[in-house]
Design a protein around this ligand. Structure first.
Ligand code: DWN
Length: 390
């Protein structure tokens, strides 16, 4: 049985930045969240058709921050050193931020967004522009052989049919192979009240507890979990085909931690929903108070996360004049749903008093490069509670 615990209202496609002439017939869906009381998997109540989200105009570049560039470089080096794979497959390679660190002679990629698949093909990495399915896995295995390392970052939680996705991994993985994937952590989201991790693309928010059950049902077994700081707190899962002899102690420890924080108890989720509503009231209250005082407020980072916050809270351009973002394909467009203009960073923070930090997950990187702005202005965030960063 699935139990609904959160309703974030009507929402647009989180990464569908629009030209002014496209705003009139914008697609919306009802964003709710539920838990499956068997597997304990937390998922959206309603899925959006994948083709609507992941297509040739997909806007998000994984290379858009120094933090993530360094993270993926370090990850690629560590995985190659650790597992010495002869064949590597990346699922969801985006703009190549991870795979470019692997020798192109041994690596292939799958990426449904053809704008990015074209890019990595040009970089010399064979990239198949399709969604990850069992049929595709069979085709890859027959054409390219079994893979020793299958890697996916911020991708598996986007796939609606997890049983098929993990069965496809099993199909393509060599017997000695390792499946490594990382996605935002459910426990971190609940702890930090970062409800903006919830949007159309994130079909599921993973706990290790739920993954352990779902992976095992497809013949994959977790032997290591690493907690990561990126994207507001993520888990990197290591799984293999056979029950690994050395299941590291922290796998059980993390599942115990999840149990102790109540991730199997519906009251935890109901309490989270109450905190989300309080966060909305506080953020709106603060923005309206600052507006009454005639402060100039903008957004910093036109993220998928800020699409959820702005649409759930009802924050439009009367509160946030515009959003600065470094991604050229977002600039000159308006944000999904609330239609706030997106502009380049250059020259757009000069007379700003407060900037709502949509990209709060890069607080350290941004605070460092915006030290000049922080002399007179400040950032606003809602994570882990509504506060000002000076
Ligand atoms: O899973 C997903 C995660 C990993 O990335 C995707 N479904 C979509 C995306 O979510 P997001 O848009 O919330 O991700 P980010 O990485 O928080 O986006 C940061 C945005 O902020 C980018 O548009 C780039 C921009 N930015 C900026 O304008 N100035 C980023 C930095 C670091 C900056 O200094």
């Amino acid at each position: 049985m699935k139990v609904k615990f959160l309703d974030l209202g009507q929402q647009p496609i989180a990464n569908n930045f629009l030209l002014p002439e496209q705003v009139d017939d914008e697609f919306k869906y009802h964003l709710t969240v539920e838990i499956d009381d068997g597997t304990k998997l937390v998922s959206l109540g309603e899925f959006v058709a994948p083709e609507k989200m992941f297509n040739d105009t997909y806007a998000y570049h994984s290379s858009g921050s120094k933090t993530m560039q360094e993270h993926f470089k370090k990850t690629a080096i560590a995985l190659v050193n650790n597992f010495a794979p002869l064949k590597v497959l990346e699922i969801g390679s985006n703009d190549g931020v991870f795979i470019k660190n692997i020798n192109s002679d041994i690596a292939i990629a799958v990426e449904p967004c053809s704008n990015f698949a074209d890019l990595t093909n040009k970089m010399g990495y064979k990239t198949i522009s399709e969604f990850w399915t069992l049929d595709l896995a069979k085709e890859i295995r027959s054409k390219h052989g079994a893979q020793d390392l299958i890697y996916a970052a911020n991708c598996m939680c986007h796939i609606q049919n997890l049983s098929e996705a993990f069965a496809a991994v099993n199909e393509c993985l060599s017997d000695r192979g390792v499946f490594v994937f990382e996605d935002p952590s459910l426990s971190k989201m609940i702890e930090r009240c970062s409800y903006d991790q919830i949007y159309d693309e994130h079909a599921h928010i993973f706990s290790v507890t739920a993954l352990n059950k779902i992976l095992a049902s497809q013949g994959l077994y977790i032997f290591r979990v690493e907690k990561l700081n990126v994207h507001g707190g993520s888990n990197r899962i290591f799984a293999s085909k056979r029950l690994h002899k050395n299941i590291e102690a922290n796998v059980d420890d993390i599942m115990k931690e999840e149990f102790n924080m109540g991730l199997e108890d519906i009251r935890t989720y109901n309490n989270f929903a109450t905190r989300v509503e309080q966060s909305r009231v506080q953020l709106l209250g603060l923005l309206k108070e600052f507006k009454r005082k005639n402060f100039n407020i903008v957004g910093y980072g036109a993220t998928s996360k800020s699409t959820t916050v702005f649409n759930y809270c009802g924050i439009d351009s009367s509160l946030i004049g515009y959003i600065t973002d470094t991604t050229p394909t977002k600039q000159g467009k308006v944000s999904p749903g609330m239609h706030i203009p997106v502009v380049p960073r250059e020259g757009n923070l000069n007379s700003v008093d407060y900037a709502y930090l949509g990209a709060w997950n890069y607080e350290a990187e941004i605070a460092e490069k915006e030290s000049e702005f922080l002399r007179s202005g400040a950032f606003i965030t809602h994570v882990p509670y509504v506060r000002i960063i000076r």
